[in-house]
Design a protein around this ligand. Structure first.
Ligand code: ARG
Length: 594
């Protein structure tokens, strides 16, 4: 379906033409004085110079052509030359009717279906997820869903940090503790045990211990580097241990991401591309892209137009080891070969912006990516505590994501039990309350994050995020649950929700709700084009407010005119379905009641 602003603008443009003015002046926008009108056109003001005429006269000429318009119920020329417009009820309801019959509420999928890779999550194995990992997962998941909703083919890749010194450190520490493990016996030729020699909690303790030791003990660090090297050379026992580390970590990561309703199509990591690095390096050397600099191998990526210093992209360190850059470049190459994407989007901490600038430039310069492939860095800001400093636990430690989630689950559970008591509600079992608490907590966390523009830092304010009022996830869910409950009552009284048809406009708050609904397709297109889930949040907040105002000002179920009532019900169904589609692209969902 055409977007409503385009339809209205077309009508306005026609009128400008008929009145003898340039049609291009007829662009209509949302009103910035909603108390006076719904839409406005400022074209007459712009036309004044062109036609050497008072703007009000132009506006009057145009308004006159619109007196019989089927789209506008009212167009008034007001001083000094604005055109204030109100939509006709029948045009509005037929537009909503179209939305209701349309699979995606009038959203047109992109003509050009793209293949998009989203690189998000980016956890490091053997380290617990902390609050810093929240944003990549939550934003990446939403961007993925928005792009899918627009009809694109989207592949989410977790790109784990699963290679390099951190692995050598773990292996070294294990060897210290259990030197007799068969993995360290060079003469051993048999199969290695299927059971890992550690649990996830042990692993999570081993890594920081090893990392701490390596910082104060040079010898230890040397051994860890040696172990890393042996792993990379493919020493059997080390590979087998590494397989265990990955398996144990991935199982834990899967559980954690599942709790966040986040899932990946590809569980690749830095290790996945190690085999192709030598060929890539040779190619960059033989084509003359890479050169030696102080023993290291680098590709220059600075450009004449740079206003800030962009250092060269380092491909190999002076000891021949590969780096973070090397893996990201090799991953770009591998994606080209295996997936051939039109677009790769990286959802990573914005502090890595310069790094990605180097990587993208290097990929383009060395032609390891098609010139037409778009590379986008979607950098996000820091999650801060109420003190404005990076979010910490009460004693100043790093907050584990798992603990943060369970704190919010508990808080939500308390609130739901309080409500239950207040309402004297006995129908809700404890089990259901627990499940609902989790659902609402997820919305609180995700909405709290996504409603901020990704690039901005934000304050993780547990009290605000979990509130049922205001611009929060629980408020949106509460609105959906309220609609569900009205629809259920309507059904229980014998009403048919499916046959309810959008009726006429009965009151102001109903019209305001209808107008809000019509913005859906334009909003979703913009959210995709700008990779901006916060636009979806802003929209559903406005839509929920419009609905709740309508709800408070209208007798819905008590309405005696059955046709009117059925029109209200149809509007409720549409509102609910749109809210649900929106929270689905945000990556959460609503309970039956709360
Ligand atoms: N593991 C990385 C980190 O902790 C994030 C990975 C981001 N993705 C990427 N393709 N480099 O910083």
């Amino acid at each position: 379906m055409q977007k409503i602003l385009d339809l209205i603008s077309d009508e306005m443009k026609k009128a400008f033409g008929q009145a003898g003015y340039d049609e291009e002046l007829g662009k209509v926008t949302l009103s910035n004085r909603p108390d006076l009108c719904e839409f406005q056109c400022n074209g007459a003001m712009a036309g004044a110079k062109l036609y050497k005429k008072a703007p009000i006269m132009i506006a009057q000429d145009v308004a006159e052509k619109l007196t019989d318009s089927s789209i506008f119920s009212e167009v008034t020329a007001v001083a000094p030359g604005f055109l204030n417009c109100k939509l006709s009820g029948s045009f509005l309801t037929s537009y909503l009717d179209g939305m209701k019959c349309n699979r995606k509420f009038g959203l047109e999928e992109s003509d050009h279906k793209k293949k998009i890779v989203i690189d998000y999550g980016g956890p490091n194995v053997a380290k617990p997820l902390h609050v810093g990992h929240l944003r990549s997962a939550v934003i990446g998941e939403s961007v993925k869903r928005i792009a899918k909703y627009m009809g694109h083919e989207v592949i989410g890749d977790i790109h784990m940090g699963d290679w390099g010194l951190q692995m050598g450190l773990i292996i070294t520490e294990l060897k210290e503790r259990q030197p007799d493990l068969v993995y360290f016996d060079e003469r051993y030729k048999g199969e290695y045990p299927k059971e890992p020699p550690f649990t996830i909690s042990e692993l999570e303790e081993i890594y920081p211990t090893a990392s701490g030791k390596s910082k104060v003990d040079e010898e230890y660090k040397k051994r860890a580097m040696e172990a890393t090297h042996m792993l990379q050379e493919g020493v059997r026992g080390y590979r087998a241990l590494w397989d265990h580390i990955i398996a144990v970590s991935v199982a834990d990561l899967k559980r954690n991401y599942e709790n966040l309703n986040v899932d990946f199509d590809l569980w690749n990591g830095e290790s996945s591309v190690q085999d192709i690095i030598p060929d890539m390096v040779n190619y960059m050397k033989s084509e003359g892209y890479a050169h030696e600099s102080e023993g290291a191998l680098v590709v220059d990526v600075k450009e004449e137009t740079d206003t800030k210093e962009i250092p060269p992209c380092m491909i190999l360190k002076s000891d021949g080891a590969s780096l973070y850059n090397t893996t990201d470049l090799a991953t770009i190459m591998e994606r080209k070969d295996k997936i051939d994407p039109d677009h790769i989007i990286y959802v990573v901490d914005k502090r890595q912006e310069l790094y990605f600038e180097q990587v993208f430039r290097c990929a383009r310069k060395t032609k390891i990516v098609h010139p037409g492939t778009e590379l986008t860095f979607l950098g996000f800001g820091t999650v801060n505590g109420k003190d404005g400093k990076p979010f910490k636990t009460r004693d100043g430690g790093v907050m584990r994501l798992e603990n943060l989630i369970s704190d919010i689950n508990d808080k939500m559970y308390e609130k739901i039990m309080e409500n239950k008591e207040k309402n004297g509600d006995t129908a809700v079992s404890e089990e259901e309350a627990k499940k609902t608490a989790k659902t609402v907590a997820l919305a609180a966390i995700k909405y709290g994050d996504l409603s901020n523009q990704a690039s901005k830092d934000y304050i993780f304010d547990v009290d605000r995020f979990t509130s049922f009022e205001g611009d929060t996830g629980p408020y949106i869910l509460y609105t959906i649950v309220r609609i569900k409950s009205i629809l259920n009552k309507y059904k229980e009284a014998g009403g048919n929700v499916l046959t309810a048809a959008i009726g006429g406009v009965c009151n102001d708050s109903e019209k305001a709700l209808m107008l809000e609904i019509t913005k859906f397709n334009a909003m979703m297109e913009a959210a995709y084009a700008e990779l901006a889930p916060h636009k979806v949040c802003a929209y559903i907040y406005d839509l929920s407010n419009a609905f709740n105002r309508f709800y408070h000002e209208t007798k819905i179920l008590k309405e005696e005119d059955e046709q009117k009532k059925s029109g209200y019900i149809a509007l409720l169904v549409l509102t609910k379905e749109i809210l649900e589609a929106c929270i689905d692209v945000l990556g959460f969902y609503a309970p039956e009641r709360m």
